[in-house]
Design a protein around this ligand. Structure first.
Ligand code: 5GP
Ligand code: MG
Length: 184
């Protein structure tokens, strides 16, 4: 049972990364990306919904010329904590990325099916280059071998929420990353 009307420590959530841990990881990713893209005016393509907090923090730390676009992909149904293994485009790209340098921004990589789909989707649009930036990596259940160019933090094989990630649309607003307690 997850309760939102009581302190987080008693709520069925366990802290995994504090806001400070995440800030440090995002800062490191930003300096790696800045080194590679400073004069390239890249297009950052965020994978909604989960990426919105990460994307917002990342671009503000980067503080360099870039553009932001979003695609909305869905791999989980409501209330689910496991990927269905099938990805749907809820909303596609609105602008062409042909000839542009694209950085795919994803909050979480689990089986890898979603990012693999996103990369294929973008490559079909003939960009000059495509790289992948993932904040949270859960390698335990990988089913597709995807190369991550910029990797933030590795998480254990647990369902996590916060920093943009939800459980049935809840908890996206939490500044840290939490896992659902196993008995919770
Ligand atoms: P994949 O296709 O790699 O299995 O899953 C990727 C997507 O599933 C991510 O974009 C993320 O939205 C969601 N996801 C994977 N693991 C978790 C998790 O532990 N918590 C939440 N909230 N979403 C997850
Ligand atoms: Mg996501």
């Amino acid at each position: 049972m997850i309760r939102e009307d009581i302190p987080l420590s008693q709520s069925g959530l366990e802290i995994l990364f504090t806001p400070g841990d995440i800030e440090a990881a995002v800062g490191r990713l930003a300096s790696e990306i800045k080194r590679d893209y400073l004069d390239k005016n890249p297009v950052f393509v965020g994978v909604l919904k989960g990426c919105f907090v990460f994307m917002a923090d990342l671009v503000r730390i980067l503080d360099m010329p870039l553009e932001t676009e979003f695609i909305s992909l869905s791999s989980y149904g409501p209330g689910r904590t496991e990927s269905r293994g099938k990805v749907e485009v809820v909303q596609g790209l609105r602008k062409p990325v042909r000839g542009r340098h694209v950085v795919v921004v994803e909050d979480m990589m689990d089986t890898g099916i979603t990012v693999d789909f996103a990369l294929r989707y973008l490559r079909r649009r003939r960009p000059a280059s495509v790289r992948l930036c993932v904040l949270f990596d859960k390698p335990a259940r990988r089913r597709v071998d995807v190369r991550v160019d910029y990797l933030g933090l590795t998480v254990p094989d647990r369902f996590v929420v916060g920093y943009g990630l939800d459980f049935d649309e809840r908890f996206r607003y939490l500044a840290g990353l939490y896992c659902l307690k196993e008995d919770g």
